[in-house]
Ligand binder design. Structure first.
Ligand code: AMP
Ligand code: MG
Length: 423
């Protein structure tokens, strides 16, 4: 009698699983579902760091507000500088920052001036104090190596009155906050933060303080997610752990989607017995995709429930962080800025041989460092299993191995995405 044929199901061991889409396709599918936030609020300038401007920001002032000296020195008329040799000048006044001179400077005269001091009438040039000779009789001597107009900061040179300083959607840096302060802005209109509800799923998950029985694990995903979401400036709604129970999950999906702009779950997206995410998403909302040609992170499920975006992240802790970084974090930025961020990517020399399957995007947790010549090199941060969270915390970058790559030989150049700026 003939043996029945041995058939297997598609799985994550396959290079391209049936129905899986590419990382680039996933990115545009997510982008297509987002309507950037319009709601605004007013914040004090001290709370503006990391917030997104809700409107264009126009300057009501000139910065600097007056033409002033960039140096400690002597202000004079540029046309009165010696064209050759050395000339002597009478010092008729002193100006410090914040004060003005009421004198008008004429040929043969100058004013002692400090950095930031307003240029006295008639002057247009400053000679550094180190480059003059002060004589016993109080005259100063200046030689012929100077340029008309040197060492002067002109009114409006940094920012002209009525010009647009920052555009709507800009994420404010510390320097931006300083610029706004220099314009006298005490409060500003920013986008409200995106609200993100998240919970973990799994019967095996325990909370801190509980004793672990055989087969149980502490819930770590909620803590990595909480940390990443707060760093991204989201308003977080931590909904705890939900058991692998269809009704409880459905209720959690439903209430989360009513409270938040974005719902994030972890776990329950594989094809195991108790993996209900896909099924519930399809019932309550609309599923866009559920499988990506990437590793780790293949079973990322994405869709919408009502107005809320839904990200069903995998359960494995490394896959959670990775899919968050590649898709959720950029989506949150898109919500606020209306732009999908272009991440900083670097080139580095691989110290190790890296094997991968062509046809899918693979992310290796790496340690980026400088070699003796000062060139960037990268090596894997240890065992790359998607449950090995220490491989993530030891790493400071991701090595991005795109679909076309089969193998990386030691010495080959690879692309890395750093997530820590200090090596
Ligand atoms: P799942 O996607 O639910 O099949 O989970 C895949 C793996 O990730 C399992 O080993 C889970 O125990 C683990 N896992 C799921 N959720 C969490 C969590 N919140 N914290 C730590 N490990 C988790
Ligand atoms: Mg599970």
């Amino acid at each position: 009698m003939k043996e029945p044929e041995f058939e297997v199901q598609p799985s994550c061991a396959d290079v391209t699983v049936h129905n899986s889409i590419s990382v680039a396709e996933a990115r545009s599918a997510i982008q297509n579902q987002i309507t950037p936030l319009r709601d605004q609020e007013t914040v004090a300038i001290r709370s503006a760091l990391g917030r997104y401007l809700a409107c264009d920001c126009q300057s009501r002032l000139d910065v600097p507000s007056h033409t002033n000296s960039a140096m400690d020195g002597y202000a004079l008329l540029g046309r009165d500088l010696p064209s050759e040799g050395v000339k002597s000048y009478e010092v008729i006044d002193t100006v410090t920052a914040g004060n003005i001179s009421r004198k008008t400077v004429k040929a043969g005269q100058c004013v002692r001036i400090m950095t930031g001091g307003s240029m006295p009438a008639g002057t247009d040039t400053v000679v550094m104090q180190e480059q003059v000779q002060v004589m016993d009789d109080g005259l100063v001597r200046i030689d012929d190596r100077h340029r008309v107009g040197q060492n002067v900061r002109h009114i409006g040179e940094d920012i002209a009155r009525d010009s647009v300083v920052f555009n709507e959607g800009r994420k404010l840096s510390a320097a931006d906050v300083g610029v706004l302060a220099s314009l006298g802005v005490a409060e500003l209109r920013v986008k409200r933060r995106p609200r993100v509800a998240f919970f973990s799923t799994g019967d095996e998950l325990r909370s801190m303080g509980d004793q672990l029985e055989e087969g149980q694990v502490y819930d770590s995903n909620r803590y990595t997610l909480y940390s990443m979401l707060t760093t991204a400036g989201a308003e977080v709604l931590d909904m705890g752990v939900i058991k692998d129970d269809k009704e409880a999950l459905e209720e959690a999906f439903d209430s989360a989607s009513k409270m938040a702009d974005v719902v994030i779950t972890s776990g329950g997206v594989s094809v195991g017995e108790a993996d209900y995410t896909k099924e519930i998403l399809e019932r309550l909302g609309k599923m866009d995709f559920w499988s990506l040609a990437m590793k780790p992170g293949r079973p990322l499920t994405f869709g919408k429930i009502g107005n809320a975006l839904f990200f069903g992240l995998p359960g494995n802790p490394v896959a959670v962080m990775l899919t968050y970084m590649q898709f959720v974090e950029p989506a949150l930025r898109y919500f606020s800025s209306g732009e999908w961020p272009k991440l900083l990517l670097l080139k580095a020399r691989s110290e190790a041989k890296l094997k991968k399957k062509p046809g899918r995007f693979e992310y290796v947790r790496g340690i980026l460092s400088y070699d003796d010549e000062g060139d960037l090199t990268v090596r894997p941060s240890g065992t790359q299993g998607s449950g090995v969270l220490t491989s993530m915390s030891r790493s400071n970058c991701l090595v991005l191995l795109n679909e076309e790559i089969n193998v990386v030989e030691p010495g080959d150049t690879v692309t890395v995405q750093p997530y820590d700026v200090v090596l």
